[in-house]
Design a protein around this ligand. Structure first.
Ligand SMILES: [Zn+2]
Length: 372
């Protein structure tokens, strides 16, 4: 137990979320508890992780969730481990919510995305059809998040584009999408920023510079693609081709990368299989499953196309360094294990003192000076 790497998870504590400040001490080695001398509370080392208050062996929980994140059906896990189905679903929900927090904390940080591809999947659930929209950064294969909706409409797509914007720097950015027209309005409405004025009222909004949109429209006949129409909707062909070359290295405008990722999700999430008997009942289960699979994909899985040559050996054999999408994006420097992912502590936001009338007290001033 190293108190220097731990932060206080108490939401009322001024020191919440801050490590290495000397306020955390070991309270009990046997019970794995820490003590915060700012708020005077103790907390367990598992607080804020998937394992918090679970009585089952942690290795078994990790194994079950690793299997779930690679497409193993829940009924198979129930049969193999002798667990109750509700227990497995509860762990999946916990892991999904935890993965979503990690995604928001580590992936949804502004970065130069270059090219983003987005697409939607039709998901058959029990008695209902839902749509799952996802986006990815092409150069690092980083999964940028997903949104769920009952209809394939502007609301679904706008929510997805908001997630992309949360991970985007104001740099040249190419969207490669299918022929769904709702993307155009969503990108125009989300990628805007207010023009600063000194007057009262809502400021005018101006679109971001350097947003390019390209569409790939496939024409089908009897279930087969007979023609592919590529068109630049926003920007010039030269600008779009330049971004395609810098982010892919070769090729033309396409949506192949997100379609390949869709196939990965379909194979790794039992509920997304096209023809199967493991149909899901609740969208919350689907949301949890998608975020678990997506975060395991980003952090715990080497991507073959992301490997880089390290050196050439004596026999002329090239030695490679494998990378995960999160490593390629500079989020982490190593392959995460599933237990590391499930045991990761997402820090809460820094403490902000509550607004109050009058001058703050000396004690409050000291707290603000130290922790803000
Ligand atoms: Zn505290």
């Amino acid at each position: 137990m190293d108190p220097q790497t731990v932060f206080c998870p108490n939401s009322d504590c001024p020191a919440r979320g801050q490590t290495g400040q000397g306020n955390i001490h070991v309270h009990s080695l046997k019970e794995q508890r820490y003590f915060c001398d700012v708020c005077g509370k103790t907390f367990t080392a598992r607080k804020g992780t998937v394992f918090y208050r679970l009585r089952t062996n942690l290795d078994q929980v990790t194994l079950v969730l690793a299997l779930l994140s690679h497409g193993c059906p829940v009924c198979a896990i129930v049969f193999a481990f002798g667990l109750d189905e509700r227990t497995v679903r509860d762990w999946e929900h916990r892991a999904g919510q935890h993965s979503e927090q990690i995604h928001q904390h580590l992936v949804q940080r502004p970065r130069d995305l270059g090219q983003v591809q987005a697409d939607e999947i039709r998901v058959k659930m029990q008695k209902v059809i839902v749509w799952l929209a996802m986006a990815m950064q092409v150069s690092t294969r980083l999964w940028l998040g997903a949104t769920l909706g009952e209809h394939r409409d502007g609301t679904l797509v706008t929510e997805l584009i908001h997630r992309v914007r949360a991970a985007a720097l104001c740099r040249p950015l190419l969207f490669c999408i299918d022929g769904f027209q709702a993307y155009l309005g969503a990108i125009h409405s989300v990628f805007r920023e207010p023009i600063p004025t000194r007057s009262i009222g809502r400021p005018s909004l101006r679109p971001w510079d350097g947003i390019y949109i390209a569409q790939v429209v496939k024409q089908y006949a009897q279930g087969h693609v007979i023609d592919v129409l590529r068109r630049v909707v926003q920007g010039t062909s030269a600008q779009v081709n330049h971004l395609v070359q810098t982010t892919q290295g070769h090729g033309v405008i396409n949506t192949a990368y997100i379609e390949r990722l869709n196939a990965t999700f379909r194979s790794r999430l039992a509920g997304l299989v096209r023809r199967g008997r493991c149909l899901l009942q609740q969208t919350a289960t689907l949301q949890a499953g998608v975020y678990l699979v997506g975060t395991v994909y980003n952090f715990c899985t080497y991507h073959e196309t992301l490997r880089v040559p390290l050196y050439v050996g004596r026999a002329g054999r090239t030695h490679w360094v494998s990378r995960t999408p999160a490593m390629a994006a500079g989020i982490t420097d190593h392959l995460w294990s599933v237990s590391e992912l499930l045991g990761y502590h997402v820090p809460p936001s820094h403490w902000i003192p509550a607004k109050q009338r009058g001058r703050p007290s000396l004690a409050t001033k000291k707290l603000i000076k130290r922790w803000c």
